[in-house]
Design a protein around this ligand. Structure first.
Ligand code: PEP
Ligand code: MG
Length: 609
C-alpha cells in the first residue's frame, strides 16, 4: 500500500492520502475523536453547569451498569460462578448510594467536574481498602479500580456525544463499527482514520450507511484539529484539510455530476448476468442495516447473500436480546426485500465487532479475533443465543426463501450440533402448532483456514459454502483486518488465500455444493476477474459495489479469466497479483468498461507501482 503522504499545494489547504474504504464525498467540519484511556478534566465547572454535570453522572452510572451486565452475559458459562460474583460486587459498588451521594456533593459544593469527583471519592475508598489487613478487602480495591475506570469511560462517552456538532467529519486514530453507528445519530457526514483497512467492520458499516470513509491515513491525520473545514473523499482515498473555495466548488460539482451509488448503473431490465462468453454469474447483496433494504428493493439483483444479524438486530437494542417475535418480523422484512432470489441470514457473529480502541471495556478476551466469537459463542450459549435465532428463522421461512449461514465455523462437529439443535427446535414448533418451514438450507462461512482445508469433509453436511475472505485473509496471512501495523498486509488477493478459495471451489464442484464469496474482495473490481477465473460464480457484495461489479462481470470473458487465475496463483505476493490483474484488465477491457467500476469500487493500494 502507498505510504500515506501530505502534500501542501499552497494557502492552508493540505491533502492527506489514504485508502478509500467507503465511496462518496462530504464537506464538513472535522471532529477529532479520542477513544483511548479515559481522561479527566480537572478545572472547576461554572455554577450553572452543576445540573448538567449531575445528569451526566446519572447517565454514566446507568451506562456503566448496562455495560457490566453485557460483559457478564458474555462470559462463558463455565466461568459463570466466578464472574457472577465479581460482576455482582462491582454492580453493588456502582449502586452504592453513600458513594454516589459523596460524588454528587463534590460536584455541587466543590464545583468539580463529574470525572474529578469520581476519581476523588473512589480513589479515597480504594486507598483505605488497599491499606487494610484483610486480604478480601484488598481484593475489593481492584474491583473498585475497575468500577472507577468504567465510570470514567462512560462519562467520557457522554462528553464526546455532547460536543459533536452537526455536519461533522469524524477524524480519529481508529474507529470501530460501533463508533460509526453512534456518531451517525449525530448527523455525521463522513469519517477518516489513521489506521484501519477496507475489510474492517467499520468500513463495512460505513458503506452500509453510505458514509464516505477514508482509512489508513497515517500520522498526517494527527495534525487535523476539531473545527477545521475538511473534505473527505472516500472514493479517491483522500482528506482535504482547509480546502480553498475553488477546491470545495470542484468537489461540489463532482458530487452533483454523480447520482447516488445505487442509482448509477442500476438496471431494471432483468437481463441475465453473464460474462461475454455466456457464463452465468449470480450477484447478491451484503446488508447489515434495515435502511439498506429499501435500496435493495429498488435495484435488480439476486437477493441477499449475507445479512449480518449482529448489525441488523442492533437497531433494536442489544443484538443478543432481541425477542424471537421481533426477529421473525425482521427476517420476514428482509425476505420480502430480497424477493424470490431469497435472503441468506447469518447467525450472530458476536465477539469481535467492537474491537479496537472504542470497544466496550471488559470484553471477554483480550483479543477476541483469535478466540471466542461467532459459532463458538452460539454453541456455548445455545438457550440464550442459538435456539431463539434458529426458531425465529424457521418461523420467518414460511415462503421458503431464507437460507441460514453459520459464522466462524472451525470443524464438522460444530455443524452437526447446529443441525441437531435446528431439528429439535423444528420439532418443538410442530408440537406447539407454530407455523414454520424446516426446509431451511444451511451454509457455512469459510473464514477459518481449518474449514477451507477440510472443505471436502463439510460437503456432506452443508447446502452451500460462503467464503468470508475478510477473516480468512487475516487468519491465513496473520494480518489484522481492522487496525494496527499488519493491516497493510491484509489483502485477500494473496496467492495463499486464492489457493484456499480454489480448494473450496473444487470441493464444492466435486459434490455439487455451491460456493460463493461474500468477503469485501468480491466487491473489488481488480479481484472480480480473478475470482470468476477460480470458478466462483456467485459473489455477494456491498450495495455501493453492485453496479461496478455487475459492469465488470459483463465485460469479462470466462475463459480468459481462467487463464488469469492460473497465472496469479503463481505470483509471489498480493501486490504481484494486483499488478498482473491490473495489466490483464488494461489489455482485456476497454477503459469505458472499467471507468465507472474503478471509480465506485476503489481499492487500488498498488496504483503507484
Ligand atoms: C468475512 O469475514 O469475510 C465476512 C464476510 O464476515 P464479516 O466481515 O462479517 O466478519
Ligand atoms: Mg467474518
Amino acid at each position: 500500500m502507498d505510504e500515506p503522504s501530505t502534500d501542501v499545494p499552497g494557502d492552508d489547504e493540505r491533502i492527506i492520502e489514504g485508502t478509500g474504504a467507503a465511496p462518496g464525498v462530504a464537506v464538513g467540519t472535522a471532529y477529532r475523536h479520542e477513544a483511548s484511556a479515559p481522561r479527566v478534566h480537572h478545572g472547576a465547572i461554572a455554577p450553572d453547569e452543576v445540573d448538567a454535570e449531575l445528569d451526566r453522572l446519572a447517565n454514566a452510572v446507568q451506562r456503566a451498569e448496562q455495560e457490566l451486565e453485557t460483559v457478564r452475559t458474555l462470559a462463558p458459562d463455565a466461568l459463570a460462578a466466578d464472574t457472577d460474583a465479581i460482576f455482582e460486587a462491582q454492580a453493588l459498588m456502582l449502586r452504592d448510594e453513600d458513594v454516589l451521594q459523596a460524588i454528587r456533593q463534590r460536584i455541587r459544593e466543590e464545583k468539580e467536574p463529574a470525572g474529578t469527583a469520581v476519581q476523588e471519592v473512589l480513589g479515597a475508598h480504594r486507598e483505605r481498602l488497599e491499606e487494610s489487613d484483610d486480604a478480601q478487602l484488598r481484593t475489593g480495591a481492584d474491583d473498585l479500580l475497575e468500577v472507577e475506570q468504567r465510570l470514567l469511560r462512560a462519562l467520557r462517552r457522554s462528553t464526546t456525544m455532547a460536543h459533536i456538532g452537526a455536519q461533522s467529519v469524524v477524524v480519529a486514530e481508529d474507529l470501530t463499527a460501533t463508533d460509526l453507528l453512534r456518531f451517525r445519530q449525530h448527523d455525521l457526514l463522513g469519517a477518516a482514520s489513521a489506521q484501519g483497512g477496507p475489510a474492517s467492520h467499520a468500513a463495512i458499516v460505513a458503506r452500509a450507511l453510505g458514509l464516505p470513509f477514508l482509512v489508513g491515513a497515517g500520522e498526517a491525520l494527527q495534525a487535523v484539529a476539531s473545527g477545521e473545514r475538511v473534505i473527505v473523499d472516500g472514493t479517491e482515498g483522500r482528506l482535504v484539510v482547509q480546502p480553498r473555495a475553488a477546491t470545495v466548488e470542484e468537489y461540489r460539482q463532482r458530487s452533483a455530476d454523480t447520482s447516488p451509488p445505487m442509482g448509477r448503473g442500476t438496471e431494471k431490465t432483468g437481463r441475465p448476468l453473464q460474462t461475454t462468453d455466456g457464463h452465468p454469474v449470480t450477484l447478491r447483496a451484503n446488508v447489515g442495516l434495515e435502511a439498506e433494504l429499501d435500496r435493495l428493493r429498488s435495484g435488480p439483483g439476486d437477493g441477499i447473500g449475507l445479512l449480518r444479524t449482529e448489525l441488523f438486530l442492533r437497531a433494536k437494542g442489544d443484538p443478543r436480546a432481541v425477542p424471537e417475535e421481533q426477529q421473525v418480523e425482521l427476517y420476514r422484512t428482509a425476505a420480502e426485500a430480497a424477493g424470490s432470489a431469497g435472503a441468506t441470514i447469518r447467525l450472530l457473529d458476536l465477539g469481535d465487532k467492537d474491537r479496537g480502541p472504542g470497544r466496550a471495556a471488559g470484553a471477554p478476551e483480550n483479543d477476541p479475533v483469535w478466540g471466542w466469537r461467532g459459532l463458538r459463542m452460539l454453541l456455548d450459549r445455545p438457550d440464550e443465543l442459538l435456539r431463539p435465532q434458529l426458531r425465529a428463522l424457521l418461523r420467518a421461512n414460511q415462503e421458503g426463501v431464507l437460507r441460514v449461514l453459520l459464522p466462524m465455523v472451525t470443524d464438522v462437529a460444530e455443524v452437526r450440533r447446529v443441525r441437531q439443535v435446528m431439528d429439535e427446535e423444528s420439532d418443538r414448533l410442530t408440537e406447539d402448532g407454530v407455523p414454520h418451514d424446516s426446509n431451511l438450507p444451511l451454509g457455512i462461512m469459510v473464514e477459518v483456514p481449518a474449514a477451507a482445508l477440510q472443505a471436502p469433509a463439510f460437503t456432506e453436511l452443508v447446502d452451500f459454502f460462503s467464503v468470508g475472505t475478510n477473516d480468512l485473509t487475516q487468519y491465513v496471512l496473520a494480518a489484522d483486518r481492522g487496525s494496527g501495523r499488519s493491516t497493510v498486509r491484509h489483502d485477500a488477493l494473496h496467492p495463499a488465500v486464492l489457493g484456499l478459495i480454489l480448494r473450496v471451489v473444487e470441493a464444492g464442484r466435486m459434490s455439487g455444493c455451491p460456493v460463493e464469496v461474500c468477503g469485501e474482495i468480491a466487491g473489488d473490481v481488480q479481484a472480480v476477474p480473478v475470482l470468476l477465473g477460480l470458478g466462483v460464480d456467485t459473489l455477494s457484495v456491498s450495495l455501493p459495489s453492485l453496479p461496478g461489479v455487475r459492469r465488470i462481470i459483463r465485460s469479462v470473458g470466462y475463459d480468459a479469466a481462467k487463464a488469469l487465475a492460473r497465472d496469479v496463483l503463481q505470483a509471489d505476493d498480493a501486490q504481484a497479483v494486483r499488478r498482473r490483474a491490473r495489466a490483464w484488465i488494461d489489455t482485456h477491457l476497454s477503459p469505458a468498461e472499467t471507468a465507472g467500476s474503478q471509480d465506485e469500487n476503489a481499492r487500488d493500494p498498488t496504483a503507484s507501482d
